[in-house]
Design a protein around this ligand. Structure first.
Ligand SMILES: Nc1ncnc2c1ncn2[C@@H]1O[C@H](COP(=O)(O)OP(=O)(O)OP(=O)(O)O)[C@@H](O)[C@H]1O
Ligand SMILES: [Mg+2]
Length: 253
């Protein structure tokens, strides 16, 4: 693993890395996050489930800085980061993948990942190359390093999303539906990769509709519905919670 060349922020005695306090987000008249409190602590592996439109991706945007908040605050290692944009939060160690992959077209896979190491991670030349190569290797993408990103299929675009997030050397990694459409074998490979990240002390927050895959990683499960967290706890308890069955599992998922 490459050397970490940027200052690392450390959690306080409570171990809390990232937290949302009373977060509200509206798009015009549409209330999408309606008072969300959420914490990610060191060592966490959190799964997020909930029906389509529940606000899961929007919560990820609020945590990562892609969305400004309508009300509430976000802190990272005890520091208020509410007004820091996504690029600055990424430098601190909060990285995300996008539900709809967003590679830079016209650049190779390696250049995409290198850009993430430099601009997202803040690494200088050699460290950036090391982080980019490591991320590609972890995601099984070394053989695709020289391919133009726009020629990749959806699966490899999702792998590239993960590799780009990893190249920034995150402390907290927010994953948005990177498992959709995978075969059983590919899902097992993805789970094995994420397990390695956990061993590297990266806290994981993973939104995924494929619950049986998610549960191979998640030690805590959060269910959202209509902009609120309706259950948060150990996966067994959450999955048998009456409000979760009603809002999510009863809906044919
Ligand atoms: N930029 C935006 N502008 C307007 N409305 C938005 C925007 N982003 C999300 N929404 C709306 O907010 C609601 C929540 O969307 P979000 O993407 O957070 O849901 P989700 O839980 O991630 O759903 P899914 O499981 O389908 O990915 C939806 O009604 C969506 O249409
Ligand atoms: Mg979503």
């Amino acid at each position: 693993m490459p050397k970490v060349a940027k200052p690392r922020h450390t959690p306080g005695a409570d171990g809390i890395l990232l937290s949302a306090h009373a977060v509200h987000k509206s798009f015009g008249a549409l209330v999408v996050l309606d008072g969300v409190d959420f914490t990610v602590a060191r060592g966490d592996a959190i799964g997020i489930v909930g029906p389509n439109g529940a606000g899961k991706t929007t919560l990820m945007g609020a945590l990562s800085g892609s969305h400004t908040l309508s009300a509430g605050s976000i802190s990272f290692c005890g520091t208020d980061v509410t007004h820091l944009d996504a690029a600055r939060r990424c430098r601190l160690g909060v990285a995300r993948t996008h539900q709809i992959p967003r590679p830079f077209s016209g650049m190779t896979v390696f250049e995409n990942v290198l850009a993430a190491a430099v601009h997202g991670g803040g690494f200088a030349r050699t460290a950036a190359y090391d982080h980019a190569s490591d991320a590609l290797e972890l995601c099984g993408m070394l053989k695709l390093a020289n391919r133009r990103a726009e020629t990749l299929g959806l699966l490899d675009r999702k792998r590239l999303e993960l590799a780009r997030a990893l190249a920034s050397a995150p402390v907290v990694l927010l994953l948005d539906e990177i498992g959709g459409g995978l075969t059983d074998g590919e899902a097992s490979e993805l789970v094995a990769t994420i397990a390695i990240l956990q061993q590297r002390d990266i806290a994981i927050v993973w939104i995924e509709h494929i619950v049986h895959v998610l549960l191979q990683i998640a030690r805590r499960l959060v269910c959202m519905d209509a902009g609120r967290i309706i259950a948060d706890g150990d996966p067994k308890t959450v999955l048998t919670d009456a409000s979760v069955v009603d809002a999510y599992l009863g809906g044919g998922h």
